[in-house]
Ligand binder design. Structure first.
Ligand SMILES: [Zn+2]
Length: 92
């Protein structure tokens, strides 16, 4: 909270399962912030692997609860590497 300068994207992971880097979190997740959009000023993220842009609301499996809107559940419903994601986030 309150830290708005350099965004930390290491806790995000991309929502598209067909990405070569899918499920990757942490410093090597190759996700960068790319601006904001909409009334809610939603953070936009970009995958540097496949160059797709996606909303941070779709991409925060661990800390996006306050974003709400049910997208959280869509993301965590993905079967891949749930344990790995949690372990990585804990280290951080
Ligand atoms: Zn990608």
């Amino acid at each position: 909270m309150g830290r708005k300068k350099q965004m930390d994207t290491s806790t995000y992971f991309r929502p598209h399962t067909d990405c070569p880097n899918y499920g990757q979190v942490g410093p090597d997740n190759r996700i960068v912030g790319t601006g904001r959009y909409g009334k809610a000023n939603t953070q936009l993220l970009r995958c540097k692997v496949c160059h797709r842009t996606f909303s941070a609301r779709r991409a925060t499996p661990l800390f996006g609860l306050k974003a709400g809107e049910g997208t959280f559940y869509d993301v965590v419903a993905y079967p891949a590497e749930g344990n790995g994601i949690r372990a990585t986030a804990r280290i951080k």
